[in-house]
Design a protein around this ligand. Sequence first.
Ligand code: NAD
Length: 419
Amino acid sequence: MNTEKKESIYKNIQDAIAKAGEELGFSKETINNITHPYKVIDISVMVPELGKEVDMYRVQFNNALGPYKGGIRFHPDVDLDEVKTLAITMMLKCSLVGIPLGGAKGGATINPRDYNDKEIEGVARAWARSMSDYIGVDQDIPAPDVNTNGQTMSYMLDEYEKTVGRSEPGVITGKPLELGGSKGRTEATSQGGVYSLLKILEFKPELAGERKVVIQGFGNVGSYAATILADEGFRIVGISDSKGAIYKDSGFDVHAIQEAKQEKRISLHELFNDNEDVQKISNEELLIQSCDILIPAALENQITEDNAADIQASLILELANNPTSTKADEILEKNNIILVPDFLANAGGVTVSYFEWVQNRQQYYWSAKEVDDRLHSIMVAATEKVYALSQKEDISLRTAGFKIAVERVAKAAELRGNK
Ligand code: NAD
């Protein structure tokens, strides 16, 4: 995505926060405080394993509610504007679901496909080493995002602990269980999104239609969303990865596809090479296929003014961050398509990251059921709150979400004297 588009997503979120803040009666100073990052780390770091420098970022957006929190993305398109956009979204997310954490995000500008495992480990260690002054269990707690996972977090934890010379498992979340990870973290974003979706469908059952679901992206978030929804009785008719999409009106066996993808590490198009039942289409085509529920779970800016009018779904669950442009939002609203916004729909990830951090601090670990029950109650409460406000004020779920999120974080900033 080009820089101009990223800047405009960031600016649109700043504007939406400012609008909500003004309507809620907060001062210009408070609004300024929550629309600009507290600290920006933008460095070029030598990675010995690559024999070259890599651009690395951490944007610590706001910690009025608690330590900074947010994932780390490895992707060739990562730049400061993207990280700022993701960091401001993290602030909203933590505020909306009511957890005591602030917003941050990080990244490294590399294409992981160009490197082997040892080289990726080098990038992860270099990131943790060079950010060690800025992160910490009471300071800033990173986690995985696109192209990073439990293994990446393990290298980062190890490098950080070597650098600071003490054990500090709560400095990073999304770790494997053996290193202090939480049960339920891997599928938390998807599970939380499903809890939110089911709640909305309780309020508006007609939106479920024939329970046909299209999911863009089949990574961590997309693949678990697919399997959890299939287990809930939904029909997953379309899925995709970065190489392309597949569609089959009778639905896919997504459990088998998830297993095959993990085992063979091949694209969906390759997996269904000679299958005549399956339509092979592009990612652009996937978004406008016939379905009841559309779930973007890949990258930002996928639903735009160019394709919004062609979307057939009656409900969109934004599991990716910032997948819908502001202009597209307006078109969807005009077409009565209900959209569950990213900072509500995908907040399950940071919620279970918060649980992981709590467990690390206590050195006492919860059962899968305890994690799931707590995730369920947080997601349901946040969804009910957003839905109730949207009904009361006749506004979209996104606008209602902005108001609730802004109120909590702005109040915290004010109490700290930032007014
Ligand atoms: P991932 O790297 O595991 O998976 C990304 C998926 O998207 C892969 O299947 C990839 O092939 C696909 N993809 C990449 N480029 C694409 C393109 N141009 N078109 C279609 N598909 C494409 O990442 P993830 O952790 O699943 O994250 C997906 C989204 O969810 C991101 O927006 C991320 O910020 C957001 N998110 C993730 C978490 C989490 O816990 N992992 C939490 C909140 C939000």
